[in-house]
Design a protein around this ligand. Structure first.
Ligand code: PLP
Length: 275
């Protein structure tokens, strides 16, 4: 039997199973890649919100990553919540010699609003941005990382362009549009790809905005799906479209779910039933 592609998630643990490594591993299994996971932080949360989070010792984080990279043929690393400056630096260091794709979802806050990054850690994220080949920010994350406003299409492109200029390894950036025009009927996800001459190619995927309270883990699922689909196809464009389509389908299929008392999760296994 041929081995499937191996994708390593480096992220926080969500004991309620909706986000973090739990969402990442469900996404990988759903899409048919083998998922490994190195934990950065233990969060204490449920669908109602994050009660606390504890970053692990950075050495323990790098030892997990090293053990996986020493043994498994990892082609793609997906980074989510890192939690502290020391962990961001440790991951940046251990991935210095990793030659595969690094998909970085720059998690700053939970969907319910709580910060998921220690106060002083923002500057250390530059080390991860320097390692990343693909970035998957939402609009508040793009604005925070670039230091630029992201209210209009022109501003979003200017902010993306600034990050491509600052981080030469970045080949692609998928900006999820859920936070834009929140009263609007449509969500527009954007993909920027660096051309050989340095200019940016742009494409977009539009899908209807669906009313659902079950949005916990959508960012993690999008970034993991993009990593998995790129591992399977080698195309940023195909991976972006498939990730965008998958998250939209999961939101639709999970909309009637009543699980937990707050922002409920996606039911990843349902996607197997889509034609
Ligand atoms: N990573 C972890 C461990 C989390 O707990 C959360 C949110 O609670 C996130 C990432 C971000 O989640 P989302 O995919 O909803 O943006």
């Amino acid at each position: 039997m041929a081995a499937p592609p191996v994708v390593l998630s480096i992220a926080g643990s969500d004991p309620s199973g909706g986000a973090g490594i739990q969402a990442d591993l469900k996404t990988f299994a759903t899409l048919g890649v083998y998922g490994a996971a190195a934990v950065t932080c233990l969060t204490v949360q449920n669908t109602l919100g994050v009660r606390s989070f504890t970053p692990l010792d950075p050495l323990l984080v790098t030892e997990q990553i090293r053990a996986v990279l020493d043994d498994l043929p990892v082609s793609h690393v997906k980074i989510g919540m890192v939690g502290s400056a020391a962990i961001a630096s440790a991951i940046g260091g251990i991935l210095r010699d990793f030659s595969g794709e690094v998909v970085y979802d720059p998690v700053l806050k939970a969907g319910t609003g709580q910060s998921l990054l220690a106060g002083e850690a923002r500057a250390a994220l530059a080390q991860l941005l320097d390692r990343a080949t693909v970035l998957t920010p939402n609009l508040p994350e793009l604005a925070a990382l670039s230091g630029l406003p992201c209210a209009t299409a022109t501003e979003i492109t200017a902010a993306a362009t600034a990050l491509f200029q600052r981080h030469p390894r970045l080949a692609a950036m998928a900006v999820t549009g859920g936070h834009r025009d929140e009263a609007g009927r449509e969500i527009v996800d954007l993909l920027y790809q660096r051309r050989p001459d340095g200019s940016l190619a742009t494409s977009e995927h539009r899908h209807p905005r669906l009313a659902s309270r079950n949005l916990h883990g959508t960012g993690c699922t999008f970034a993991s799906a993009l990593a998995a689909c790129h591992a399977l196809t080698g195309s940023y464009e195909k991976a972006f479209r498939e990730a965008s389509r998958l998250v939209a389908a999961l939101i639709e299929q999970s909309a009637d779910l009543s699980l937990g008392h707050g922002t409920g999760p996606l039911l990843h296994h349902l996607v197997r039933r889509t034609p």
